[in-house]
Design a protein around this ligand. Structure first.
Ligand SMILES: [Zn+2]
Ligand SMILES: [Zn+2]
Length: 420
């Protein structure tokens, strides 16, 4: 039996402890035992070094308290003023909702929908579903909706972008302050507090522990005859291919369906849109009293001119480097699988994990635009709005994220003959 033991990150005490359960690595498909859950230990895959488990080690009540606190703070964050600017004897105040309506009126429907979904709907659904799941488990209940709610909560982790929006807000604020007086209002303060609690809820959430509380485990006797559910990690018999997972209800597949065609098509579409996204101006913002249109790289140069070096580096990394690395990294992984290469598989898997995790931060530029547009509507001299590249740029970020999710990194290991 080819069951092996993950060693990396194990403490001396854990090494001598009893092993707890089996997992199938979602990145390289190796079945292995993981030790008793210990918050001091990060368990890494023996073969590809991906993080298999990290027990947050805290009471689920901590994650529940943080999620409920974030939900409560979002009420004033979404209803109180966000930013105020003053110029030419007039003032402009923004609310989160005004960003959506103004972007829609300006002919930027994609950007308006993205702000509505990524900043309002998805974070709300994620925090509500997380709170409901943890509250039910705390009460000792296991209602039928529990697995679906926790699956939804995990699926929205990438797309609920409160933290990225906060970064966009800070970039917009510091960028505007170089031209006109701008103040951060109460709504933004509550929003920052909500983001802190949201991040704390994510950090303290022990996903594996919650799945263990929701449902049963299966001990496998032959690792070649089991499939790992990508949603909850449960091992199911390979005869269950195409059927619903008994724990989370998601359809179980040995490999993601049509992985090559979907990821290649999405990658190609991203590549095509990347050209206009960087060639044309993405937004107009007043510099001095002159409305100035800037491209993605031009915006970085403007920040350098304003001596905002930290923000310039940040925007350059998030808006220019990450999308490029995401496409190049994914292309490397796809090519590796198609060419059946067996070299650098650990490095390629690490690249895949990095682009999977970091890709969402590229949304910072479109969200910066959403922050400053409502408070830069004065007249022809002081004017800020989105420009033609905003839509293709936003589309590139979404399509590359979907392409990364569509690709199954286990195909690289299969192609190299490393099937378990
Ligand atoms: Zn692995
Ligand atoms: Zn499952």
């Amino acid at each position: 039996m080819n069951v092996r033991v993950a060693e990396a990150g194990w403490s001396r005490e854990a090494r001598s402890a009893q092993y707890e359960h089996e997992v199938r690595c979602p990145y390289c498909d190796l079945v292995q035992f993981v030790p008793l859950r210990d918050h001091r230990v990060v368990v890494a895959c023996l073969r590809c070094r991906s993080r298999l488990e990290h027990c947050a080690g805290t009471d689920p009540n901590v994650a529940l308290a943080c999620a409920l606190g974030a939900l409560l703070l979002l009420i004033p964050a979404w209803t109180l003023p966000f930013l105020t600017t003053s110029a030419l004897g007039a003032t402009r105040t923004s609310h989160l909702f005004s960003s959506i309506t103004i972007l829609w009126r300006e002919g930027q429907p994609l950007l308006a929908v993205v702000v509505g979904l990524f900043i309002l709907v998805f974070p709300l659904l994620r925090l509500l579903s997380l709170s409901a799941v943890l509250f039910a488990l705390r009460a000792g209940d296991k209602p039928r909706w529990l697995p679906a709610a926790f699956r939804l909560c995990n699926a929205l982790q990438t797309w609920a972008m409160l933290d990225v929006f906060l970064l966009g807000l800070l970039v917009a604020y510091f960028r505007m302050r170089t031209s006109i007086p701008a103040t951060i209002d109460g709504g933004a303060i509550f929003f920052m507090a909500a983001v802190v609690l949201g991040v704390a809820a994510r950090a303290s959430l022990d996903k594996v522990g919650v799945w263990h509380m929701i449902g049963w485990e299966r001990r496998c006797t032959d690792p070649t005859s089991v499939i790992g559910c990508l949603s909850c990690g449960l091992l199911v018999a390979d005869s269950c291919e195409g059927q619903a997972c008994p724990r989370c209800g998601d359809i179980v597949h040995a490999r993601k369906t049509r992985s090559y065609s979907r990821s290649l098509a999405l990658l190609l579409a991203s590549l095509l849109l990347y050209i206009p996204a960087n060639l044309y101006p993405i937004a107009t913002i007043p510099i001095g009293l002159t409305p100035t249109s800037y491209t993605v790289l031009g915006g970085v140069l403007d920040l350098l001119d304003s001596h905002l070096f930290g923000l310039a580096l940040l925007v350059f990394t998030a808006s220019f480097t990450i999308p490029l690395l995401k496409m190049a990294g994914l292309a490397w992984c796809i090519a590796s699988a198609l060419k059946r290469q067996s070299k650098h598989l650990v490095a390629k898997t690490r690249v895949y994990r990095i682009v999977e995790e970091a890709g969402r931060w590229s949304m910072v530029d479109p969200l910066t635009i959403a922050c400053f547009v409502p408070v830069l509507q004065f007249n022809g001299l002081i004017d800020g709005h989105a420009q033609p590249a905003a839509t293709p740029f936003t589309a590139v970020v979404i399509l590359t994220s979907l392409a990364v999710k569509a690709f199954d990194p286990r195909l690289m290991w299969d192609a190299a003959g490393k099937r378990t």
